[in-house]
Design a protein around this ligand. Structure first.
Ligand code: SF4
Ligand code: SF4
Length: 100
């Protein structure tokens, strides 16, 4: 299994999760962070650190964010990930407010 980062991270990217990951498997892409599904050890340390609750164990990801399974497993291919995130954001009218 892996942990998955979903819609609330788009354009927020505050990086709190990166600091706590013991295996450094959370990586920055254009509009979102992505967890390397091969390297993630399912420790759960990142989940409570996210201020916008964007991180879930794969088997607990809300159905409305299923698109992020494909996006996450496209790691590390930025040429796939970045357009998939753009497409998702456009289709779902994502406008996440910047953190204060
Ligand atoms: S669950 Fe653990 S290993 Fe996986 S991304 Fe989060 S902090 Fe890193
Ligand atoms: S802590 Fe949450 S919003 Fe911040 S980069 Fe990680 S997943 Fe994205």
């Amino acid at each position: 299994m892996t942990y998955i980062i979903a819609e609330p991270c788009i354009d927020i990217k505050d990086l709190s999760c990166v600091d706590v990951c013991p295996v450094d498997c959370i990586h920055v892409f254009e509009r979102i962070l992505i967890i390397d599904p091969e390297e993630c050890i399912d420790c759960g340390a990142c989940e409570p650190e996210c201020p916008v609750e964007a991180i879930f164990p794969e088997d607990a990801l809300p159905d409305k964010w299923n698109a992020f399974v494909e996006i996450n497993y496209a790691f590390p291919d930025a040429a796939k990930i970045n357009p998939l995130v753009d497409k998702y954001a456009e289709e779902n009218d994502v406008h996440n407010e910047p953190l204060e």
